[in-house]
Design a protein around this ligand. Structure first.
Ligand code: 5RP
Length: 213
């Protein structure tokens, strides 16, 4: 089992706020995500700016794209993104079109996706999924449970690189012990911490403690 990456999700309402968080936490994370909220607020300019700040890090555009996959993906790549996300209910042609234009594509899992669909994503050449507890579901009182862990294990056994996200704190990482998580994606847990650099370092240390054994 490899040691999971740490990804920061920048879900800020403005580029200046995002830059303020990332300028502190950036050196301590492996992957930088231009979050959905930031993509909608600032468009590809946010991708351009983060690419310029972090020429060597993987930059992800979390577009959660549902249609026009090829065009959206090309626009993200042209602005400097490495990877992009599509929503799990997008059609296979949308996913394939997007995959042609980016270095890698991640399917964001929300709602009632099936393992049969997941097999089709693999057949389409997609190897990354993001297992997501949506912030709205978490606000409505849902939390991580055994059913989620079973699905995560099954996706991993199918051959996916599985990223995990949704309200993560460093205390919650222990829940996923023993699962081959590719990346933990933390937004508010780092960006809204009093000290984002310390928060990122603590996430990294906890990942190392649990998966480095
Ligand atoms: C919201 C997202 C977020 O970027 C992701 O869930 C991380 O955010 P947080 O850790 O704040 O829940 O994709 O749609």
């Amino acid at each position: 089992m490899t040691i999971p990456n740490l990804q920061i999700a920048l879900d800020n309402n403005s580029l200046s706020e995002a830059i303020s968080s990332i300028s502190k936490a950036g050196p301590f994370v492996d992957i930088v995500e231009v979050g959905t909220i930031l993509c909608l607020q600032e468009g590809v300019e946010a991708i351009r700016c983060l690419r310029a700040l972090f020429p060597k890090k993987i930059i992800i555009a979390d577009t959660k794209c549902a249609d026009a996959g090829g065009t959206v993906a090309k626009n993200c790549t042209d602005a400097g993104a490495d990877w992009m996300t599509v929503i799990c209910c997008a059609t296979i042609p949308t996913m394939k079109a997007a995959l042609k234009e980016v270095h890698d594509l991640q399917v964001e899992l929300y709602g009632n996706w099936t393992f049969e669909e997941a097999s089709q994503w693999l057949e389409a050449g997609i190897s990354q999924v993001i297992y997501h507890q949506s912030r709205d579901a978490l606000l409505a009182g849902e939390s991580w449970g055994e059913e989620d862990l079973l699905k995560l294990r099954k996706l991993s056994r199918m051959g996916f690189k599985v990223s995990v996200t949704g309200g993560l704190t460093k205390e919650s990482l222990d829940l996923f012990k023993g699962i081959d998580v590719y990346t933990f994606i933390a937004g508010r847990g780092i960006a809204q911490a009093e000290d984002p650099a310390t928060a990122a370092k603590e996430f990294k240390a906890e990942i190392q403690r649990i998966w480095g054994e």
